[in-house]
Design a protein around this ligand. Structure first.
Ligand code: SF4
Length: 707
């Protein structure tokens, strides 16, 4: 039996967890005892105590939040060390804070702290806010907004973006930023919202974070910078199937036109004599009045004027030109979305323009870095700006310019086998980037390796009860000696609650003729159901086609059509829940993390098997690598990934014990192709039918009405 370092012995701790589930929770009137929940809680307790890595798939309805929260909290009491609970979606983070944590408070004998963890950019920086208020350079609108925000904050408003009404331009210049923070030297340090929450976090038993923050913390520490979280030992990662994707975002490198614009808005944006924006003109005002010998003052102003204020506009202009040619080079290829690139990309006519401009831009970046360094040195020598933040802002600018130059130089030479290089152009942004091909290696060495215990859980991690695909993707396969695994079925009775119909007679949903052939039957079904349906597509193009096909017939029947893109996802969902007669058409993000329990959602239509776009740079690179290793990329990568997503889509339907409804799959490959049985085998046992769509929808309605 493993003994915890300084903790209770295994028997005690596991027994206390068991006691909670068997004797405390059952006293609650709304509590349903579920063996799977207790099983999971004991596995989590064992992982925390035994310094293990636990991968646990827990089907919908297991009650996994309590199954990890209770052992984590008991463990944190014993160890006097916080446990980090991380989720992917804001929804689940909110649910933990607003529903599960208050429930835990009622259940526990002793008080505890559970603190939300957020990234720097979520907090207002009081020093920057004050600087905007007092700046001669800020526009009257910005000054006015800053003043009224400061008044709200003084009346007790929280200093967190999600809970404040702040315009984007103001937030860009007042958000907290690690590199620009002068910490203990800052006059606002004691009142600073961010540091108050950080101090609270250190005294907490539970830290409620999200995967983006956990990965950003990892990336910062890896680069030698101070992290965001207080170096916890134990982690619970819920919605763990997102780990690879989030790690890709944070452990990769990229530069974008939007980043350049943000830099311009926060540092210096010439807008005419009076209204120049950014902190640099404000710094100039302060240096002009600094109580130092006139020759020192003149030197600092000269460095600032000549080295920065005069050079920055040219730097922006060359940067814009770089992104212009990058966009042209992407457009010339005639492919939409994120495209893979290699060195050939920079030898096309547009690509070579892009490379030429990049050389000029890199030279500007080096020269600007030098100017900022000289100014920083001069300001330090004159013992100025340490408390007012000017030095920290200069340091932050130096870091940003250096980071940008490094990323530019790295992405312009797309020749490492270990990275996937890509470029993307859209109406909103143009980007160039690189993602590590094997993010699992980084996670294995920098995250799972140093952690005492990690629990990764989700309703969908396994492909046919096999967790090896997931483990290999995130690097857990490099720690097999520490891994424990569990696959816990959902306690729901899917034979009674779910009908799965597979249409066998439809062409590919992206082809002409699909909607002509299916429109009538689907409109009929949605009308019979009085809305209450999700229709999930796998691309925005097919979302548009679905909308065009169904809009008119449903409007005639008084059924509202809501489509992803017409409003933010959360708002659309609220409308769907409020409006009982609605069809919601969603693409990628609606396949998971969306919870509509009860009769409000009675049918989920999946138009296509959710294989990833084969042109996606990461998909292409992974497939190529597998083929080079002699493995079949379809069987070892594309299919397991699609099965996991398919299970997510199916999982939207039955959210509680009492739910009952239909899932229709319109992709006949599920019936005709041999791999269809792998998809079907990954779903829980339920009522299953296959046939022509027209007959299938009628049969489905009869089943639903119990005729
Ligand atoms: S401590 Fe840092 S983040 Fe907080 S107000 Fe001061 S500079 Fe801003």
């Amino acid at each position: 039996m493993t003994l915890a370092r300084g903790g209770p012995d295994s028997g005690d701790f596991l027994e206390r967890v068991r006691f909670f589930f068997e004797h405390r929770l059952p006293h609650r009137p709304d509590y349903e005892q579920r063996p799977e929940q207790l099983q999971m809680a004991l596995a989590v307790a064992q992982a925390l105590q035994g310094e293990e890595l636990l991968v646990v798939e827990a089907g919908t309805g297991t009650g996994k939040s309590l199954a990890y929260l209770i052992p984590s909290l008991l463990w944190a009491f014993d160890r006097r060390q916080p446990v980090v609970i991380s989720t992917r979606t804001l929804n689940l983070q909110q649910q933990l804070l607003e529903k599960d944590i208050p429930l835990l408070r009622e259940l526990m004998d002793q008080p505890f702290r559970a603190t939300p963890a957020r990234g720097w950019s979520n907090y207002v920086c009081l020093r920057r806010l004050e600087s905007v208020q007092n700046s001669q350079q800020a526009t009257p609108e910005l000054s006015h907004e800053a003043t009224s925000l400061a008044e709200n904050l003084s009346l007790g408003a929280p200093g967190v973006r999600q809970q404040l009404q702040v315009s984007d331009p103001l937030w860009t210049v007042i958000q907290a930023e690690s590199a620009a923070c002068n910490r203990q030297l800052c006059p606002y340090f004691q009142d600073c919202y961010l540091f108050r929450e950080r101090r609270e976090m250190e005294r907490s038993e539970l830290i409620i974070a999200n995967h983006s923050l956990v990965m950003a913390d990892l990336a910062l520490r890896r680069d030698g910078a101070p992290g965001i979280l207080p170096r916890p030992e134990c982690w619970i990662l819920d919605e763990g199937h997102h780990l690879e994707e989030v790690a890709n975002e944070h452990l990769g490198r990229s530069l974008s036109l939007a980043d350049l614009n943000r830099l311009r808005q926060s540092v210096y944006e010439p807008k005419g004599k009076v209204n120049d924006a950014g902190w640099l003109p404000t710094l100039r005002d302060r240096l002009a009045k600094a109580p130092v010998p006139s020759d020192s003052r003149a030197r600092m102003l000269e460095l600032l004027d000549r080295g920065l204020l005069t050079s920055l506009p040219t730097f922006y202009q060359v940067g814009e030109e770089f992104f212009h040619w990058l966009a042209q080079a992407i457009l010339a290829l005639g492919v939409e979305g994120r495209i893979p690139i290699n060195s050939d990309f920079f030898y096309t006519p547009e690509g070579s323009q892009c490379r030429q401009v990049s050389e000029q831009w890199a030279a500007h970046l080096s020269s600007l870095e030098g100017s900022v360094r000289s100014l920083h040195q001069a300001v330090t020598e004159n013992e100025l700006e340490a408390t007012q933040g000017g030095l920290a802002e200069l340091q932050s600018l130096m870091d940003r310019l250096k980071g940008l130059r490094n990323d530019l130089e790295f992405c312009l030479f797309p020749d490492s086998q270990d990275w996937v290089y890509w470029a993307q152009n859209s109406a909103h942004d143009t980007q160039l980037g690189a993602t590590p091909l094997d993010v699992g290696e980084h996670l294995a060495s920098d995250f799972f390796g140093p952690a005492r215990s990690v629990v990764v859980t989700s309703a969908t991690l396994a492909v046919g009860k096999d967790l090896s695909y997931f483990e290999q993707r995130v690097g857990l396969d490099q720690h097999t000696h520490r891994i424990q695994r569990a696959c816990l079925d959902s306690p729901f009775d899917f034979m009674q609650s779910a009908y799965l119909g597979v249409a066998t007679d439809l062409p590919d949903p992206n082809k002409n003729g699909f909607w002509t052939q299916s429109r009538e039957a689907l409109s009929w079904l949605v009308q019979q159901l009085q809305g209450r349906t999700f229709l999930l597509t796998t691309s925005h193009a097919s979302l548009r086609l679905a909308k065009e096909a169904l809009q008119a017939p449903l409007a005639q029947a008084g059924i509202r059509l809501l489509a992803q893109g017409q409003a933010p996802a959360g708002m659309l969902l609220d409308q769907f829940r409020r409006d009982s007669r609605a069809l919601l058409i969603g693409a990628d993000s609606f396949w998971e993390g969306v919870d509509v329990p009860g009769d409000d959602l009675s049918c989920v239509i999946l138009t296509r098997l959710p294989f990833r776009v084969p042109n996606d740079p990461l998909v292409k690179a992974h497939c190529r690598r597998l083929e080079e290793e002699g493995l079949n990329s379809f069987a070892n990568y594309q299919m397991p990934q699609a099965i996991l997503k398919f299970r997510q889509g199916f999982g939207r339907l039955i959210r509680t014990q009492r739910d009952r409804g239909l899932v229709l799959v319109l992709d006949s490959r599920l019936y005709h192709k041999s791999y269809g049985s792998d998809f079907m085998g990954a779903l829980p046992r339920c009522q299953r039918r296959a046939g022509r769509l027209a007959g299938l929808v009628q049969d489905a309605m009869k089943w639903l009405r119990k005729e």
